[in-house]
Design a protein. Structure first.
Length: 237
């Protein structure tokens, strides 16, 4: 797990869940998310791209849901400002390929639960699909991407690449611990939910979706200044 401008936590456990029946291919991937201002904000990322290889996962069906179970980056009032997710190969425009991205509270199993906190249309176009929000967040929440009636089509979603790519070593156990905490899941559909969610296991370790979350910490409605982050970091030691 990587939290820029905040803290990095060591992974403790891997959630063992059934392997997905999706296809994947290795992609040498140098694309990076769009730049953001960092004053009073934190970026939450759970993936690690030290080898520059990514998996591109395809074969999603109608209504399939995947995403990230994330923790708010401070104990203060948190607003979700923006999310970005990596997509390879755009789905065609037109009816049937537009799904939704929604924000939901997470339960103890890291599954979406409770009322929808925010929702927007999502047509997988890539390279990074950007959604802007102004949504208050609970301590733990899910970013849920739901495919439209025609599924993903040619679109593939990006994860990091724990196994060895065509070049270089296996990232899992080299770039990060083999027991890092998993935050990325496939949750089935709303009609046939999978909980606990299935992981993106690539034969070596669980891959993490390339979803970037931008959060804003507030105290009494005032954004936290950069010098205040030292105090917040000390709360997590």
């Amino acid at each position: 797990m990587i939290r820029s401008n905040l803290y990095a936590a060591l992974a403790l456990a891997v959630l063992a869940t059934p392997t997905l029946a999706l296809e994947k291919r290795s992609v040498n991937d140098t694309a990076t998310p769009q730049g953001w201002s960092t004053a009073g904000t934190c970026h939450v990322l759970y993936y690690n791209r030290c080898t520059l290889w990514s998996w591109a996962w395809g074969g999603f069906g109608a209504g399939d849901r995947y995403g990230v179970c994330a923790d708010a980056c401070s104990p203060f009032r948190i607003l979700l400002l923006q999310t970005q997710n990596r997509v390879f190969t755009a789905a065609p425009t037109g009816y049937g390929f537009t799904g939704t991205v929604s924000i939901r509270p997470a339960d103890a199993n890291c599954c979406p639960t409770g009322a929808v906190l925010g929702s927007q249309p999502w047509l997988p176009t890539g390279p990074f699909d950007v959604h802007n929000w102004n949504v208050p967040l609970p301590a733990r929440f899910c970013i849920v991407y739901t495919f439209g009636p025609n599924g993903g089509g040619p679109a593939r979603i990006g994860t990091d690449h724990p196994a060895a790519g065509p070049t270089g070593p296996a990232a899992c156990g080299f770039c990060y611990p083999t027991r890092r905490v998993n935050h990325s899941f496939y949750w089935g559909t709303a009609y046939t939910p999978v909980c606990p969610g299935s992981t993106f296991f690539d034969g070596i370790c669980d891959a993490q979706a390339r979803v970037v979350i931008l959060e804003l910490a507030m105290i009494g409605g005032v954004s936290i200044e950069p010098q205040s982050w030292g105090h917040i970091k000390s709360l997590y030691r």
